[in-house]
Design a protein around this ligand. Structure first.
Ligand code: URA
Length: 247
């Protein structure tokens, strides 16, 4: 039941408050604007607090990794074996973003290395790239117990690290894999069936949502649509010389 006395909700609220405190402290330290703390007039649209293309200098991926290697900002750290930070080319033009690590990823500390990951690798190779050419990361860096869905409080704590990663990489295109990645990045609660197949603007980066490879394992007939989506990505990445640029 959704009730404010529910201990899970109380715990989530505390996590949100903790994460806000961490964000404020980080922004103060980096001398970033705290304008998101100022109430806006009703009807005035607020800008996101953290943007990959804001004026503050981009941290390097290694700085960001160091900042979160012992992360205890949400309860997921209690059950994890490894933080799954992300892997690939730090200057990739194309970044794939999934939901959260599963058991294999947690074990190895690398994103998309299980069955869904093997299918993602095939998709990447069918696009004419190698895994090392692109960058792969997730919305959450720690595995949710029993692969349950990410909770809003966990996304709230972890997403700023992804935003920093995107700012460091500055890719040309993001491919959001599945409902959670697409809805989290686009801040829209629209089904992936509706979102997929079109480019959106994500802080000046083109973002293409498509189905998650785990969904394709259960619904192989959707591979055709994913192929159409990644072909649109390939067309956008095409250089004038007619070659794909993944880095
Ligand atoms: N599913 C995801 O969303 N991410 C992974 O890293 C693995 C499976």
């Amino acid at each position: 039941m959704n009730n404010a006395s529910d201990p899970d909700i109380a715990k989530e609220l505390l996590t949100v408050i903790d994460s806000l405190a961490v964000t404020i402290a980080q922004d103060k330290e980096a001398k970033r604007s705290l304008s998101y703390l100022t109430a806006s007039e009703p009807g005035v649209k607020r800008k996101n607090a953290v943007k990959p293309k804001d004026a503050s200098p981009a941290l390097s991926l290694e700085d960001i990794r160091r900042d979160m290697e012992n992360c205890q900002r949400c309860p997921l750290h209690e059950g994890r074996k490894n933080v799954v930070f992300g892997s690939g080319n730090p200057q990739a033009s194309l970044v794939f973003i999934g939901e959260a690590p599963g058991a294999d990823e947690d074990q190895q500390g690398l994103p998309f290395v299980g069955r869904a990951g093997q299918l993602l690798t095939k998709i990447i190779e069918a696009m004419g790239f190698k895994r090392e050419d692109v960058y792969i990361a997730n919305i959450l860096k720690c595995r949710p117990p029993n692969n349950r869905n990410p909770r809003p409080a966990e996304i709230q704590v972890c997403e700023p690290f992804l935003v920093q990663q995107l700012k460091a990489i500055s890719p040309k295109i993001i491919c959001a894999l599945g409902t959670f990645a697409a809805q989290t990045l686009l801040k829209r609660e629209v089904p992936i069936t509706v979102l997929r197949g079109k480019f959106y603007d994500y802080h000046d980066i083109a973002l293409m949502p498509t189905y998650h490879p785990a969904y394709l394992l259960r619904n192989p007939s959707a591979k055709r649509q994913v192929w159409e989506d990644v072909q649109q990505i390939m067309t956008r990445l095409q250089t004038r010389s007619g070659e794909n640029e993944a880095d």
